[in-house]
Write a protein of this length. Structure first.
Length: 212
């Protein structure tokens, strides 16, 4: 049997319940062209869940024996638009707990993936530069693979341990940490000139790391 959920309206103007005469009502149903408040409509025990979280809405609706759709009239668009649902409080609590568990599981999975990416990148750095201190390799890998940074470790080439991508990450780290490149930029020196100035120092560090 198909389920037909009650439709609850958020009125745009002050209205009173035709049965208990209380008002103004925040939400109502309309029966035989009369305004009925939620308490009189036997929906007063339900709680409001605003639209927006699809998973939470689905779980709360599926777990609620009784639920209702909440709408409000949009005068500009001349139509009723869904605002959310009214669901049983216990169903909403269960849905929130389930969504939280999913969020925590996804966070753990992403953290594990980030750790694996960083470890693989650090290992590749040490393979290419056996003389690089392990803590520097770890720091370079962590910086390059920082989530949301857009750096090489988060790009396809970096995740695939592309040689050129790894070399670029190491060179960039040496440029900023082992030379006075940043200080030169702060003097107003053009970037191309600053890079040319520190190039010998970068090559000296990389040569010593390659030698092992």
């Amino acid at each position: 049997m198909d389920l037909v959920a009650p439709v609850v309206v958020e009125p745009l103007r002050r209205r009173r319940c035709a049965e208990c005469h209380q008002g103004p009502v925040e939400r109502m149903i309309v029966e035989f062209n009369q305004v009925i408040c939620l308490d009189c409509a036997d929906l007063g025990h339900l709680v409001f869940l605003r639209r927006g979280d699809t998973a939470l809405t689905r779980r709360a609706r599926e777990g609620s024996t009784l639920w209702a759709v909440v709408v409000r009239h949009n005068r500009r668009r001349t139509r009723y638009e869904r605002q959310g649902l009214l669901v049983e409080e216990e169903a909403l609590a269960r849905a929130e707990a389930a969504c939280l568990a999913d969020t925590e599981a996804r966070a753990r999975r992403r953290a594990r993936q980030d750790t694996e990416i960083t470890a693989a990148l650090a290992a590749e750095i040490l393979r290419l530069y056996p003389g690089c201190p392990a803590e520097r390799a770890d720091a370079i890998a962590a910086h390059a693979a920082a989530k949301g940074s857009g750096r090489v470790g988060r790009k396809a080439a970096g995740r695939a341990l592309d040689r050129d991508a790894v070399l670029a990450a190491v060179r960039a780290a040496v440029r900023h940490v082992d030379t006075d490149y940043d200080a030169l930029l702060m003097t107003g020196l053009p970037r191309s000139q600053a890079r040319a100035s520190v190039a010998p120092a970068i090559e000296a560090v990389l040569r010593s790391w390659r030698a092992g």
